[in-house]
Design a binder for this molecule. Structure first.
Ligand SMILES: [Zn+2]
Length: 254
């Protein structure tokens, strides 16, 4: 990476990004490269999507939408955004939070504990949540309007009783794999575009793990919604900047 030249590059070279105006046939200045770490292409650049790119849609499930057991504010609003973006991708992967009833992350499973309090587990601090996304329940199903037909893989996570899994790649102990990393590598995918719920938990940790594994990572901010627990949205953006994870708006896909 060469932070001084206004591009994010890696061993595979800079990523090509076409200006929107160029796509519309107007004269424009050619430019390549992802946004500098933490900068956004809110209006000016259109992403060129290739068959080495994958859209990773995180946990777009009923329990994370309005009326659900662990509703993310306006969570359902990611659905039309993801459906629209997905039309651009040949590779689409969905994740599904998928807990047994006696899961360690559920506050009701800990006497005297309330949701959003924390406990210490052998893998570190764990936030306690209301019961959500219980295996086989309607709350665990994908939002009915999410277009899942073209998804090539559904990764279920959090199904082990004693460990939670925010990231789509590794569970919360940071070492138990979900299998997605092997899939991405075997399919020779290079850039992971992340959208879904919630920005400051499962989207964040999925993006961070993908970046740490060597992928280019782009978070589509308008196709995410956050919970914002104790400033967690702000710390998420700070982390993205530090790690060279790009953040884009929907405009990049129009
Ligand atoms: Zn969960």
């Amino acid at each position: 990476m060469h932070p001084g030249n206004g591009q994010v590059t890696n061993s595979r070279g800079p990523r090509k990004v076409l200006p929107v105006a160029k796509q519309r046939g107007k004269a424009d200045t050619k430019r390549t490269g992802l946004a500098p770490a933490g900068k956004t292409y809110r209006t000016r650049w259109a992403m060129k999507i290739s068959d080495r790119d994958v859209l990773l849609a995180i946990d777009v499930q009923n329990d994370f939408c309005s009326g659900g057991a662990l509703a993310v504010p306006s969570g359902e609003k990611v659905v039309p955004a993801i459906n629209r973006i997905a039309q651009r991708f040949g590779n689409i992967v969905l994740t599904q939070d998928w807990h047994p009833r006696d899961h360690v992350s559920f506050a009701p499973n800990h006497a005297g504990k309330q949701p959003f309090q924390t406990i210490e587990l052998d893998y570190g601090t764990q936030v306690l949540w209301p019961m959500h996304c219980v295996q086989g329940t309607s709350g665990a199903e994908f939002h009915r309007d999410l277009d899942i037909v073209r998804a090539s893989l559904v990764v279920r996570k959090g199904f082990r009783r004693g460990i939670d899994s925010y990231s789509a790649l590794f569970e919360n102990d940071k070492k138990t794999p979900t299998g997605l990393l092997g899939y991405l590598r075997e399919r020779e995918l290079k850039t992971v575009f992340v959208a879904g719920l919630a920005l400051d938990f499962c989207v964040r940790f999925s993006a961070e793990d993908a970046r740490a594994a060597g992928f280019d990572v782009v978070v589509i901010e308008d196709a995410c919604r956050g919970i914002d627990l104790d400033g967690s949205v702000a710390s998420t953006h700070q982390s993205f900047r530090q790690r060279g994870i790009s953040v884009v708006g929907l405009e990049a896909f129009l």
